[in-house]
Design a protein around this ligand. Sequence first.
Ligand SMILES: Nc1ncnc2c1ncn2[C@@H]1O[C@H](COP(=O)(O)OP(=O)(O)O)[C@@H](O)[C@H]1O
Ligand SMILES: [Mg+2]
Length: 261
Amino acid sequence: MGRIIAIANQKGGVGKTTTAINLAASLAAADMRTLLVDLDPQSNASSGLGIRKGTYPRSTYHVLVHGIPLDSILHSTEMDALFVAPASRELVGATMELSQEEDRHQRLERALEPVSSKFDFIIIDCPPSLDILTVNALIAARSLLIPIQCEYFALEGVSELMETVGQIRRLRNPNLEIEGVLLTMFDERTNLSNQVMQDLRTFFGDKVFSTIVPRNIRLGEAPSHGRPILLYDIKSKGAEAYIRLAKEIIHGTEKSAGAGS
Ligand SMILES: Nc1ncnc2c1ncn2[C@@H]1O[C@H](COP(=O)(O)OP(=O)(O)O)[C@@H](O)[C@H]1O
Ligand SMILES: [Mg+2]
């Protein structure tokens, strides 16, 4: 069974997609068969791995709304062990279209069942909201990875996210774990970044990954070349950080229970 990790935070621009792409690629580089499931209508995780908008007829929208098999939409990538289930703009309408369906929250869980044994890791990139798409991801997942940008109000919305996690545990997925909290766009020269790091350690305890992703221009550039940072600039600080994060996740460094567990 593949380890299913949802990457979520309802704030936009915190590094979810960058983390989904580069964690997935770093896991694949470590010979882990990895599937990246793109659930964001913006499809940035898909395009960031070279799957260009408008070049594929079916996406995660068709899987969730029309029930087509997930393995019928998979794309291979430049990396042998990495596959992508791409998103599309049509996902914007999925919440409305599914609103009357009783099983609307379990669609992704069902779709992953027949494919999960083919992968070591399944990484789900969520949209910046706590809508039906993110709920589907949290129900399908074994754990949640929360990227948090080192900026003012970094913790804003986090308690709402943890409340959602609590609800999902009560309703449907009692074993949903916090995989970890990842600091992104960290700038060690600023007091602010260091302050945010301390606040997060107070709030989440050992759930904060020891890997911290620095602000790194190369990470911002790579998606426009349709490549993960590993294939764009392996020597960059950004590549180094995501390779370390993958190791931390593969080896499952012991983290004690933090907030919300
Ligand atoms: N560590 C980083 N250093 C520099 N730029 C980054 C970093 N992480 C993300 N970015 C850039 O910040 C923007 C938002 O990141 P993204 O991963 O798309 O966030 P989200 O998916 O949470 O909306 C993107 O332009 C991305 O390239
Ligand atoms: Mg995103």
